[in-house]
Design a protein around this ligand. Structure first.
Ligand SMILES: CC(C)(COP(=O)(O)OP(=O)(O)OC[C@H]1O[C@@H](n2cnc3c(N)ncnc32)[C@H](O)[C@@H]1OP(=O)(O)O)[C@@H](O)C(=O)NCCC(=O)NCCS
Length: 175
């Protein structure tokens, strides 16, 4: 399969977003998307002009199979970084390459001066993506989340423009 293309999320992606959220139980923590209506609302929120989100779809033949998002805090010129892929498209290195491509863009042309992310200690795939995208571990947030009734630690990361650039093969990006 050809490399995916990164482009802005748009309203017509709602059906693909619903398919992704229906593809694996671990998607439930990425948002409450259970039907087309909630998927449309999600896509509208993330792509609203003037809103706080930069949302980049990971696309194959212009169909969305994943997302890299940044929730921007403009006053501090920083952003909360997050990502997901439809289960059928995982394990190809796309999450890592997409995250690295968007993180580099955000700290260059995107004008942000700090990116942050966090993942549960028991999410090794997310950890691998964070490290592949050049994020630096900054700490452990103890008992941060409730998962299936248990409190779970979260590992916190940051990335600054002055941090070492990750080595990776960028994906095509249409800003
Ligand atoms: C996290 C996620 C985006 C990774 O996407 P992906 O495209 O499969 O990631 P990659 O193919 O780039 O793989 C990243 C690494 O994770 C590893 N990995 C994947 N699943 C794994 C697992 N269950 N256990 C251990 N390692 C795993 C891969 O082997 C790869 O390691 P490598 O770079 O050393 O080869 C995807 O699993 C996902 O959408 N998960 C659900 C949503 C989520 O957890 N988002 C992050 C919230 S913090």
């Amino acid at each position: 399969m050809d490399d995916p293309v990164l482009r802005r999320l748009r309203a017509s992606d709602a059906e693909d977003v619903l398919a992704a959220f229906s593809s694996a139980p671990d998607m439930a923590r990425q948002g409450h998307i259970t039907d087309l209506e909630s998927a449309i609302g999600y896509v509208q929120r993330l792509s609203a002009a003037g809103g706080p989100f930069l949302a980049f779809a990971i696309t194959v033949e212009d169909r969305t199979v994943g997302l890299v998002g940044i929730t921007v805090d403009p006053g501090n010129r920083n952003g909360w970084f997050w990502y997901w892929l439809h289960a059928a498209y995982r394990g190809r290195g796309w999450g890592s390459r997409a995250a690295a491509t968007i993180a580099d863009w955000a700290l260059d042309a995107g004008g942000l001066e700090r990116l942050e992310l966090g993942h549960r200690v028991d999410n090794p795939a997310s950890r691998a993506v964070a490290l592949a995208a050049g994020f630096v571990r900054e700490g452990l947030e103890r008992d941060k989340l409730v998962v299936d009734g248990d409190r779970v630690d979260v590992i916190a990361y940051g990335r600054l423009p002055t941090d070492p650039r990750p080595a990776y093969e960028p994906l095509p990006l249409v800003v």
